[in-house]
Design a protein around this ligand. Structure first.
Ligand SMILES: Cc1cc2nc3c(=O)[nH]c(=O)nc-3n(C[C@H](O)[C@H](O)[C@H](O)COP(=O)(O)O)c2cc1C
Length: 231
């Protein structure tokens, strides 16, 4: 059982001091991609959540069980609403998918496919930080994390440089469902520490993801509406 939590990085306090406006603990949503009873992608996000709390963040883990397939139920469905509320609440996210047939799992992708392109005028994931992780049954592979990075770009998120890929995940957790000490565990610590730092730095900066082409488009749409009204 990994009870020894890492020492806090001195750079974390510098980042906290430099961070702007918001004073509350960073809000991190963790998603995993399986409905299996003993799911290693779930166990890995639970481990990640413990570390994030240790680094000063608040965390929520979404359980995908019961989430309908995309478009197969109204978006008022309680599981969809729960997911969308958590999306809006979060300032950063952790995505952890199992590798299935060399790709992210359908259970993982279904969660992202429920996220609308815009809620009000805002893309719910835009400008949030993201850390990507995967578990596999075979040897170490990066197929799922590579796909998650592409998905993060599509969702306009800041995907941090570090990532975690846990091969033969069934060997890495003990009988208490805790991750065993290893270089793979240390990598998870690295990734969560980096995520907290980037979230503190970026969460008050929606201006960084404001786009010229979209400002131009909305200015044109506005002037068209004004012209129509004056005809
Ligand atoms: C249908 C299926 C396809 C899989 N494909 C791969 C694969 O391509 N590469 C791999 O390393 N493991 C593969 N696995 C093993 C899973 O990645 C592994 O069991 C993982 O722990 C599943 O995640 P979970 O424990 O969160 O359910 C596959 C498992 C299943 C059931």
């Amino acid at each position: 059982m990994t009870d020894h939590l890492p020492n806090l990085d001195p750079a974390l306090s510098t980042v906290i001091a430099d961070a702007r406006e918001s004073q509350h603990r960073p809000r991190i949503l963790l998603l995993y991609g399986s409905t299996r009873q003993r799911s290693f992608s779930r166990l890995l996000v639970e481990e990640a959540a413990r570390l994030l709390e240790h680094f000063g963040a608040q965390t929520r883990i979404f359980n995908p069980s019961g989430l309908p397939l995309p478009d197969d139920a109204p978006s008022e469905h309680p599981k969809v609403q729960e997911l969308l509320e958590l999306m809006q609440w979060s300032e950063g996210q952790v995505w952890c998918s199992p590798e299935r047939h060399g790709a992210m799992s359908a259970v993982f992708k279904a969660q992202i496919d429920w996220v609308p392109l815009a809620m009000g005028a805002v893309r719910p994931t835009q400008g949030k930080t993201l850390a990507v992780m995967q578990v596999s049954g075979g040897s170490q592979s990066f197929n799922a994390v590579n796909q998650l990075r592409v998905l993060g770009r599509w969702m306009r998120m800041f995907t941090i440089p570090n990532q975690s890929s846990v091969p033969k995940a069934f060997l890495e957790f003990d009988e208490h469902d805790r991750m065993k000490p290893s270089a793979l565990y240390d990598r998870v610590v690295d990734v969560m520490e980096e995520l907290v730092k980037f979230t503190l730095l970026l969460r008050d900066r929606p201006d960084l993801v404001d786009r010229y082409s979209e400002r131009k488009e909305s200015a044109e749409a506005l002037s068209q509406r004004v012209n129509q009204r004056s005809i």
